[in-house]
Write a protein that binds this ligand. Sequence first.
Ligand SMILES: N[C@@H](CCC(=O)N[C@@H](CS)C(=O)NCC(=O)O)C(=O)O
Length: 215
Amino acid sequence: MKLYVYDHCPFCVRSRMIFGLKEVACEIITLPNDDEETPARLIGKKMLPVLVTESNEAMGESLDIVKYIDETYGSSVLKMSDNPEIETWMEEATKLIYPLAIPRWANSDFEEFRQDAARQYFVNKKEAVFGPFQRLLEQTEIMVNEMNVQLEILEGLFAQQERDSEYFSLTDIRLFPLLRSLSIVKGIHWPPQIDAWRREMALGTRVNLNDDIAT
Ligand SMILES: N[C@@H](CCC(=O)N[C@@H](CS)C(=O)NCC(=O)O)C(=O)O
């Protein structure tokens, strides 16, 4: 199997997670961000992740890939129920996480940005939506402070939640990539339970955190 991804992409992280959690072998291929041809050929649009299955079928949509791998290989690990409070938390938190992470991704040495043209493609596309990166970077302090408040709220939701070391929910599959996205931002105060969980998940899923390149 082949999984086409961008390293920065939280949707791609969702798909990468299930291979790590289930220890299913897969070749991970990072495409240049400006490669429009490969995803268009596979799924008819410029969007990753894309999985090419053992029967050579191309599948888009991160959660479809997660469910397919969970159902097809070994016994299911997605047995826990979604957490509606954390789902609601994520809807709000993404409004801060993306403006914080995107300009930092653009400056990173992630493989999809190795060529200048690929990096510029990303900058052009995201600045058209989020505004100039310089302006986003100037708002770092205020956004980090707000994010740290949000993380304390998440810590409270974590404390109430039943957890199982073997089984996961789709909420977990959606949450870890967001926390991983946030890990590229310096000055984040990780509350203890969330910090332990994201580290444990990084090991279990074999998806690295970005603390070491945080700016
Ligand atoms: N609903 C899709 C969303 C995937 C998505 O938005 N992928 C982004 C990367 S994070 C993408 O490929 N955007 C097009 C681009 O980057 O040019 C999924 O869950 O797979």
